[in-house]
Every structure is written in structure tokens, then in C-alpha cells.
Design a protein around this ligand. Structure first.
Ligand code: ASP
Length: 353
């Protein structure tokens, strides 16, 4: 079936956003699933790595790799589980809204074999921004669509516009607003219920196929209660994620503004190009983040009190992750999907957290 024909068949026959169960069911595949060569001829150790909320994502992505799916198709189907989950309030549907109470989503991806990239920023009303980023990558001459244009683009491909603000996310937002300013006309919620930290969250997933093809995707609802229009690192190619099919892939979760300044996805891949293992490359990128942190953001102990994490895979299927403070990440290493400890720069300093 030609690519164009498969798109037409899809548009007339399938609902977008339904989680695919088999590689051959994916909407808008990068390529159809094809049989794997015998394991003795595999070029790489297949692996799927993700942020700690991505245990289901790495299981799904790995299962799809074993069905012969394309590397990016596997990664996107993995993170879509989180995007569609109303109980994850940091990604996709159910994500916490911006300061106006509107959910604005960001995502980006890169596909190693075709050297393509795609991204969407401040996308409203569409549950799975990672899929829209993949469509920008696959069907346009552009890389980054934002706001209204990104939404119109998604609608043209058959995505449904939906209200992404769940009752839970609305409640958290109302709570935040009522506590924002003691002089406003909202009655404050009890002090004990005050939200002292701003919740964040994102999912990054990086995948290596048995053929040695690599991809990465990062998707998020961004910083909760952000200034409307703000985009973080997740949709920025080279920050939220980056892939070079000859070297590896890397991605990030955590304080996006701090990652954007070091181009952390790109930098981590560059460290691997110079010979570092994935974990060491992630740690080296975090050291650069610390070097570039503004004094206003440093805690009393001189350390950045925010959270930032990097995840990486290389061409051989080695993987790792590092964070400023001890954390966890998800990986399927061929044997099982499980959470592991990240490497870290600092023990968590009680004084500044
Ligand atoms: N990196 C995301 C952003 O800055 C947020 C997060 O991962 O917590 O938009």
C-alpha cells in the first residue's frame, strides 16, 4: 500500500488517538512493521528508555520493536499511553493548565533513519501532541508548528478537538489561583493545603531497534500555571530531545528553562560522540547546567534546588540517566521493563528542597 493510500484509508476508517495494540495498527506509521532478522544478525541491543513515569511506555515500545515496528513509531506509541491517561497531570489529556486555566501541550521528536525532526508548541485541544509532532516530521517541509496553526494542522489529519482540562486539573488550578495573591477576591483555601511547589512533569522516550535505528520523543503539558504561550524545552529540538542515528539519542525532563540554555539533548549526544557512555554524558550535561545557572536560582548551599534529568541511549543499545538529585528512570533492556536509579550530581540537600 502506498504511503498516500495508507493515509487515506486511515482517515476514512480509523479514529485517531486509540492506542494501537499491534505494530501494524499504528496510525500514520513511519513505515510498516517488518519481520526482524534473526537475533544473531542484530546490529544493536534493542532498548527503550524513558523518564520514571514511562514504565508502560518502555514496555510498549519494546514490544513493538519485537514486532518489527519502526523506532519512532514504537517510541510514540509508548508515550501516548501517558498522554491519553487522565491521571497523569503532567502530559497530554489531564495535564495541568497554564495561568489562564488552558491546557497547552508541547512535544518534539526525531527519527534517526530519515534524519527528520518535528515539533509542536502551545497546542490546545489535541490529546496526543507527540503524534502531531510526528506528522509535522513526516508530512511537512517544516519542523516546528505552534498554537492555532498546529491545532489546525492536527484537525486536517483527522484529530478530534477535545476539552483537555479534567476535573482534577481544574481543581488544582483553582487552588493555585486562590492562593496566588492574598489581596485578590478569591477566598484562600486553608494554609495547610497550600501548594508550596509547582508540579512539573513530562515524558521522554528514547529507543534503539535491533537494526540500530534510533529515535527520541518528548511530550509534556509543561510547567503548571505557566504564562500563557510559554513553551519549555520539550518541543525544542536539541533541548527536550535529540537523535543522531550514528551516535545515539538523549532527552530531558525537569526545569525546561535550564535545559534550553545548554541545548541539553544535543549536548548529551555530542558528549557520547566524543566517546562518553550514556550515563557519563548525562552527568556532564548536568554539570554544564549548574555552570550556567543564574545566581537567583541557586539555593542557600549554592546548588540548583530545581529538578532536571537527562536520559540517553547509544548506537550499541547502552543506556543511562542522570539527575541533579537522586531519581529514577524506566528502561527495557531486553530482559524486562523496570525502574532504575539515576546517577546524580548531589545528594538531596534538605536545606534547599
Ligand atoms: N521540561 C518541562 C518543561 O519545562 C517540564 C517538566 O519536565 O517538568 O516544560
Amino acid at each position: 500500500m502506498s504511503d498516500l493510500l495508507s493515509r487515506r484509508v486511515f482517515l476514512t476508517s480509523t479514529a485517531v488517538g486509540v492506542a494501537a495494540t499491534r505494530a501494524r495498527d499504528i496510525a500514520f506509521p513511519m513505515r510498516p512493521a517488518r519481520p526482524l532478522p534473526p537475533a544473531s544478525r542484530w546490529a544493536s541491543k534493542p532498548v527503550a528508555v524513558a523518564s520514571a513515569n514511562g514504565l508502560r511506555a518502555v514496555q510498549k515500545a519494546f514490544d513493538m520493536l519485537m514486532q518489527g515496528a519502526d523506532t519512532l513509531d514504537a517510541a510514540i506509541e509508548g508515550v501516548k499511553i501517558q498522554e491519553l491517561d487522565p491521571n497523569d497531570d503532567s502530559v497530554g489529556y489531564g495535564g495541568l493548565p497554564n495561568a489562564d486555566g488552558v491546557v497547552q501541550l508541547d512535544a518534539s521528536c526525531m527519527h534517526g533513519p530519515t534524519k527528520r525532526a518535528g515539533a509542536v508548541g502551545a497546542l490546545e485541544g489535541i490529546k496526543t501532541p507527540s503524534e502531531v509532532a510526528k506528522l509535522v516530521l513526516k508530512y511537512t517541509n517544516h519542523i516546528f508548528l505552534v498554537g492555532e496553526g498546529a491545532k489546525r494542522f492536527a484537525l486536517q489529519y483527522g484529530f478530534k478537538e477535545e476539552d483537555l482540562l479534567t476535573a482534577h486539573a481544574r481543581e488544582v488550578w483553582l487552588h493555585w489561583r486562590a492562593n496566588l495573591n492574598p489581596d485578590d477576591d478569591y477566598l484562600d483555601v486553608p494554609e495547610a493545603e497550600r501548594m508550596s511547589t509547582r508540579p512539573t512533569g513530562t515524558i521522554n522516550c528514547d529507543v534503539v531497534t535491533p537494526q540500530g535505528d534510533i529515535s527520541s520523543v518528548t511530550t509534556t503539558s509543561g510547567l503548571a500555571f505557566k504564562i500563557p504561550g510559554r513553551v519549555g524545552d520539550s518541543p525544542i529540538i536539541g533541548a527536550g530531545q535529540y537523535t543522531d542515528n550514528a551516535i545515539g539519542a538523549a532527552g530531558s525532563t525537569g526545569r525546561g528553562e535550564s535545559n534550553i540554555k545548554v541545548c541539553g539533548g544535543f549536548l548529551t549526544v555530542e558528549f557520547m560522540r566524543r566517546g562518553m557512555k550514556p550515563t557519563d554524558a548525562c552527568l556532564e550535561t548536568l554539570k554544564r547546567v549548574v555552570q550556567l545557572t543564574e545566581p537567583r536560582l541557586l539555593g542557600p548551599d549554592g546548588r540548583p534546588p530545581f529538578s532536571l534529568n537527562f536520559y540517553a541511549v547509544n548506537k550499541r543499545g547502552e543506556f543511562g540517566a542522570a539527575s541533579l538529585y537522586p531519581g529514577r528512570f524506566a528502561a527495557h533492556d531486553g530482559a524486562e521493563a523496570k525502574l532504575r536509579d539515576t546517577a546524580f550530581l548531589y545528594e538531596r540537600p534538605a536545606a534547599s528542597r
